[in-house]
Design a protein around this ligand. Structure first.
Ligand code: AMP
Ligand code: MG
Length: 484
């Protein structure tokens, strides 16, 4: 029988809880003083067999004041291209595995850990709310991601550039294992634990790999595939992660660690979300290549276990084609095209360069193209003031029209299909900012409404249609930093 809800042993220990001091430390959370409920994700809670409404015991659990002794893990990583050595869960405590379904639950911001280094182990409300809404927005778009279950707040002051207050996000994933965990075990002399880590991945996450001639190489291959598909998914919705260090890369191909992330407003391939990233290492158009670079770092950390340098190079070498094919397929679907025909790539490339030259809003453009009226008569695009700029659409519209004519199906059916895949709503930076300002006053109404709209971002939600407009002018002045 399962232990009672939120009792001491309610969560089962994580699968790696007994791997020893080189990998894991069991420790108490400092917790939040006088915690208040910010958000409770009742949809996810129900999927996990947890109460639909927040309870008193849950409040203690999710603010780090519960009876449990959580676990923190060690990881390393490459940050901005350079080896950063030992990092670890500096402000994340793993409560354990949720009894229903094999999901881990982790608190972010519940205080110092053995890996906090010079940090305070805290997270501010601003960044916690962005993580909560960001991960739920990605889930709503059907993109692999960690999830957010709860947000707890408190009056505890936290010093960043200014004084802010502390919050805790409870996040959920099948596993929070990162490329950086492999790097730590490989380069800091833990060969036994590294083997255990690979066994864990094979047993619980990549079962097919076990039956392959070189199982670890097969795990690498699957991680490379998932990473390439994830990058294609990000690019297709204009998501910029902001800090693609190897310690923020999930071994399961999930979007992980929401910091200075942003969804594109105007289409700008060189967009940099993170204000501290002066050289644009993690700019929108760099993400796919950084994904490949990170996979190469992973490959080299696994090389002792794989013992097939040529095999590693072959697996890594597939990334570019996987990514390019996956992205082209996504853009085809965004354009309402079912078949793959020669000439599709230049059609997409020309479109993206027109969006850039005309400074068009990325999300709004595809949604506009998905209107019945535009699909029956794409030349209407040319009349639309919003998408006008220095470059005329005439030729592209003609090519698109001709391309559509080569497929079966009516323009109306195509439009309908396009509306089911091109979101009307994304978590624009300014929308998150407005929700943060309200939440800082103790009002989570906008955050709750955003959470609900972003759960089905392709639906119309007419009462919130102003959130689908291009951002107001003041949004251009907003900046995002790593400080969180
Ligand atoms: P991030 O940039 O959030 O991915 O964090 C990089 C590393 O710094 C990770 O090891 C984090 O756990 C750690 N870290 C970030 N912020 C804090 C903090 N406020 N206190 C302790 N560790 C932190
Ligand atoms: Mg991180």
């Amino acid at each position: 029988m399962d232990p009672p809800l939120f009792s001491r042993d309610f969560f089962r220990p994580p699968l790696w809880h007994d791997w020893g001091e080189g990998f894991v430390r069991q420790t108490r959370c400092e917790g939040l003083p006088e915690p208040q409920w910010g958000l409770w994700n009742s949809t996810l809670a129900q999927e996990l067999g947890l109460p639909e409404a927040p309870t008193q015991e849950a409040s203690a659990y999710f603010s780090g004041n519960g009876p449990q002794m959580p676990w923190c893990s060690a990881y390393a990583g490459h940050q901005f291209g350079l080896w950063a050595g030992l990092l670890g869960d500096g402000r994340a405590h793993t409560l354990g595995r949720i009894p229903a379904g094999n999901q881990e639950i982790q608190l972010k911001g519940a205080g110092m850990t053995p890996y906090s280094r010079r940090g305070d182990g805290r997270a501010v409300l601003r960044s916690s709310l962005r993580e909560y809404l960001g991960s739920e927005a990605m889930a709503g778009l059907g993109i692999p991601t960690t999830r957010a279950l709860a947000l707890m707040t408190s009056h505890l002051p936290v010093r960043r550039e200014t004084r802010e207050t502390a919050a805790v996000v409870a996040r959920v994933a099948p596993s929070f294992l990162r490329f950086g965990h492999v790097e730590h075990l490989a380069w800091h002399g833990f060969p036994t634990e590294l083997k255990r880590l690979l066994d864990l991945l094979m047993v619980f996450h990549y079962p097919e790999a076990r039956h392959q001639p070189n199982p670890v190489l097969s795990v690498l291959e699957e991680v490379v595939e998932r990473t390439a598909h994830l990058m294609a998914a990000w690019q297709s919705v204009g998501f910029c992660h902001g800090v693609m260090n190897t310690d923020n890369m999930s071994l399961l191909g999930l979007t992980l660690d929401y910091g200075p992330f942003a969804f594109l407003d105007r289409f700008d391939p060189q967009f940099i979300g993170n204000h501290s990233d002066q050289e644009g290492r993690y700019a929108y158009d760099q993400q796919p290549w950084i994904g490949a670079w990170n996979c190469a770092v992973l490959g080299s950390a696994l090389s002792a276990l794989i013992d097939d340098e040529k095999g590693i190079q072959v697996v890594l070498g597939r990334y570019n084609t996987l990514f390019a094919t996956s992205l082209l397929n996504r853009f085809r679907r965004k354009l309402g095209l079912q078949q793959a025909l020669p000439g599709d790539q230049p059609l997409v490339d020309t479109l993206l360069s027109l969006l850039h030259q005309n400074r068009a809003d990325f999300t709004r453009f595809f949604r506009f193209l998905a209107q019945d009226a535009v699909q029956t008569e794409p030349a209407r695009l040319e009349e639309e003031e919003e998408f006008q700029g220095p470059s005329p659409w005439t030729e592209w519209v003609r090519d698109y029209q001709e391309r559509c004519a080569r497929e079966e199906g009516s323009a109306l059916a195509r439009a309908q299909g396009m509306r089911a895949i091109n979101p009307k709503y994304v978590l624009r930076t300014y929308l998150a900012e407005l929700a943060i300002r309200q939440a800082q006053q103790g009002d989570f109404a906008m955050a709750r409404n955003l959470e609900s709209v972003l759960r089905t971002p392709c639906d119309e939600h007419p009462e919130f249609s102003s959130w689908a407009l291009a951002p107001p002018d003041w949004a251009g002045a907003l900046t995002l930093s790593c400080s969180s």
